[in-house]
Ligand binder design. Structure first.
Ligand code: GLN
Length: 528
């Protein structure tokens, strides 16, 4: 695109958690479909330095980038929607910016000046935005939380000031508001949204576009009312009710007034080519002759966001294979063999801490003993190794994460990690290469022997127990290039028992599912 780089800022009002991230990603998808190059960034106002130490039950999955940044799950949405590989610069947190600012202050870099939220933190935010924008045609910035939150004010001020840096005409402000439907009076109430727009205006930002989120379709007069009170032209107030699937949102956005807003803003009047999204939505809604049930042996039972990339990878594998995928949540804390018997395949995802570990080991044991297809992700590999060693007679085999004193430490802490167990940013993080053994099931699934996957772990397989692990039914099928770390294991006698120390779910895309998940769905399908 000729001309100056453009910036789209997506903020939220009324409530958070109503799809600001999906809206931001979908706007990006529509721009890509018009041939525009897009970059994207999440700014989170909380004071953590990264998302690594956040409780997944509260905050959902920790997404890991290729360079090892531990981020908010919205980066996962961005990667799946925009098929980009993001890095640390795409995740901006107050905690990290403040840490750097204070370090600079201590290093004497401010030449005696008073260090303040404005202009120093706001300046750092703007620098972070320009760094992440990285030469794209359009850079999208989503601000976490809602406008008016005490902790987010520096971000709102920073994006307001940003128009001064690059020109107001190069900035598009999109505000996502929620409009509730009141069942008793049967009406949509726009008052909270009006107040949210007033708040935004109070901070000096008049939005160019308002996305109105509702649970069910709202009548047009809702847009009219919001337009009247906010001063945003009516064709730029878009009603977006809950979609049957998130991947429909790019299609809905392209069909809405936002498409014209984007055309005016970028000067690119190409009709978006939405073939990719139409295909994904068609695959999702297709009827299937066959359905497989995959048992997800989980410990966070009440928050789907905790395993969102795993769930998306499983679903995408089903779409590609033309097989319905039903995910059965198996509570690792109460799981019995009966739970394992009733599913076509088992998946043990990543995790930390002791809760639910016996149930996860039992799942791997069951899969080894009953030739049940199994996919182990990170912790799912480690519990499989424990299961195999115990089957071989080492009944107290364990990971030192859960039993620090076991003499049969078949999974143990990596070199240099001792003493760092509860610290942030010290795991083995991000992309690492692995060499798969020729002829292994993993190599067959990938169609390659050199692979790169993202990691997030502190413990590893203790190779001095390899004979016991093999006796218990597993072989090592991939290692780090120097052979020191076990990256893949599998059960030669099982149609598909594959586990990896990595997190392949993070690389899966809705239109390009990860091969290890495809392998699991295929094996589950062959079983019934
Ligand atoms: N807790 C294990 C480790 O730190 C597994 C981590 C994971 O599953 N992401 O090695």
């Amino acid at each position: 695109m000729a001309g100056k780089q453009k910036f789209i800022f997506v903020t939220g009002g009324v409530l958070s958690g109503v799809g600001k991230g999906i809206t931001a990603a979908s706007i990006g998808a529509v721009l890509q479909a018009k041939g525009v190059s897009v970059s994207i960034q999440k700014c989170d106002p909380y004071l953590n330095v990264d998302a690594g130490l956040l409780n997944p039950a509260e905050h959902g999955e920790c997404f890991v980038t290729i360079d090892g940044a531990e981020t908010d799950l919205d980066l996962g949405h961005y990667e799946r929607f925009l098929d980009l590989e993001l890095t640390q610069k795409n995740a901006t947190l107050s905690g990290r910016l403040l840490q750097n600012l204070i370090a600079d202050e201590r290093a004497g870099k401010f030449g005696g000046k008073t260090v303040q939220l404005v202009p120093h933190l706001t300046g750092a935010i703007q620098d972070a935005i320009q760094l992440a924008a990285d030469g794209s045609d359009v850079h999208i910035v989503e601000i976490g939380g809602t406008v008016g939150d005490y902790e987010g004010l520096s971000f709102v001020e920073a994006i307001r000031e940003f128009a001064g840096r690059v020109g107001r005409e190069n900035c598009l402000y999109v505000h996502v508001v929620y409009v509730p439907f009141i069942g008793t009076s049967k009406e949509f109430k726009t008052k909270p949204a009006q107040n949210a727009l007033n708040d935004l205006r109070g901070f000096g930002i008049v939005p160019d576009c308002v996305v109105v989120r509702t649970d069910t379709p709202a009548p047009e007069n809702v847009a009219g009312k919001i337009s009247q009170f906010s001063g945003v032209r009516e064709d730029a107030v878009i009603l977006l009710s809950n979609a049957p699937t998130v991947f429909q949102v790019p299609l809905l956005i392209a069909a809405s007034g936002i498409n014209d807003v984007l055309t005016r803003f970028t000067g690119n009047d190409k009709k978006p080519d939405l073939g990719k999204w139409e295909k994904i939505v068609a695959a999702q809604s297709a009827d299937h002759d066959k359905t497989v049930t995959i048992g997800l042996v989980a410990k966070y039972m009440d928050n789907e966001d905790t395993y969102i990339s795993v769930l998306e990878a499983l679903k995408a594998a089903g779409w590609q294979e033309g097989v319905g995928v039903t995910i059965k949540w198996i509570n690792a804390e109460t799981a019995t063999d009966e739970d394992f018997a009733t599913v076509d395949a088992l998946l043990v995802p990543g995790g930390f801490g002791e809760r639910g570990i016996p149930g996860k080991i039992a799942a791997a044991t069951y899969a080894l003993e009953h030739n049940k297809p199994y996919l182990g992700l990170c912790l799912g590999l480690q519990v499989a190794v424990i299961a195999a060693a115990r089957r071989a007679g080492l009944t107290d085999a364990h990971s030192t994460e859960f039993d620090p004193n076991t003499p049969n430490n078949v999974v143990y802490i990596m070199e240099g990690q001792q003493g760092k167990e509860s610290t942030g940013g010290t795991l083995r993080l991000g992309n690492y290469e692995a060499k798969l053994h020729e002829g292994s099931k993993a190599a067959a699934a990938y169609g390659a022997t050199d692979v790169v996957e993202r990691h997030r772990h502190r413990y590893e397989v203790n190779q001095s127990f390899v004979h016991d692990i093999e006796k218990g039914g597993l072989v090592i099928s991939g290692t780090s290039p120097d052979g020191k770390l076990v990256e893949f294991i599998e059960a030669p006698n099982n149609p598909y028992f594959v586990a990896t120390q990595a997190h392949p779910e993070l690389k899966s895309r809705p239109n390009r599912p990860h091969p290890l998940f495809v392998g699991l769905v295929r094996a589950a399908n062959n079983k019934n």
